[in-house]
Design a protein. Structure first.
Length: 194
């Protein structure tokens, strides 16, 4: 019994081989695939089994994440607070893409990324104290001891501002908690690829 109507294309006429004998569709498909593979192998640069490096292609695609939802990290330290960064002022550092509101801010970050990058990997500082990686809101922040800390909500931020020693405790907990993340090691800053 059919639960759905059969596809009429599935009842197509059988394929005939060179000798006139009926050839099952699976065998015909395999023969076509083998012929296609041989044709591709004959083309320059498409031979199967050659390493990507031999072809001059990247071995893998690397995905870099946009940091701070595109806000300029230098602007957190300037009057007026965080400003949206622009795609034309991008920089790649630490496996992430950073955007800046001006070329001057990008140059300042390029000269000293750790001075402007959020502390604790950009995670919620209160979450780090709890031993967890908690996403932070880039608009809920505090500059404590000339360092940028991000928080998930205003309550967590208020707690850190009331007790500045919590920042030191979070910094001490960070090495152990940072092992929970899967990010590439810090690399020198470069212009982000387009």
């Amino acid at each position: 019994m059919w639960l759905t109507r059969p596809d009429p294309a599935a009842r197509a006429l059988p394929a005939f081989g060179r000798s006139g004998a009926i050839v099952p569709k699976a065998a015909l498909t395999l023969a076509r695939a083998a012929g296609l593979s041989a044709a591709l192998a004959a083309l320059p640069g498409l031979a199967p089994g050659r390493a990507a490096a031999e072809e001059g292609l990247p071995a893998r695609t690397r995905i870099e994440l946009l940091t701070l939802n595109g806000f300029d990290p230098v602007s957190y330290f300037l009057e007026g607070g965080p400003q949206a960064g622009l795609a034309r002022f991008e920089l790649s550092w630490g496996g992430q893409v950073w955007r800046f509101s001006s070329g001057a801010n990008r140059a300042a970050f390029r000269d000293d990324p750790p001075a402007y990058a959020p502390r604790l990997g950009g995670y919620d500082a209160a979450g780090i104290l709890e031993g967890r990686l908690v996403d932070a809101d880039p608009l809920v922040f505090a500059v404590i001891g000339e360092r940028l800390y991000l928080f998930r909500d205003a309550g967590r931020r208020a707690r850190f501002l009331a007790e500045p020693d919590l920042a030191r405790q979070a910094e001490a907990a960070w090495p152990a908690v940072s092992r929970l993340q899967d990010v590439p090691p810090d690399a020198p800053p470069t212009d982000a690829p387009r």
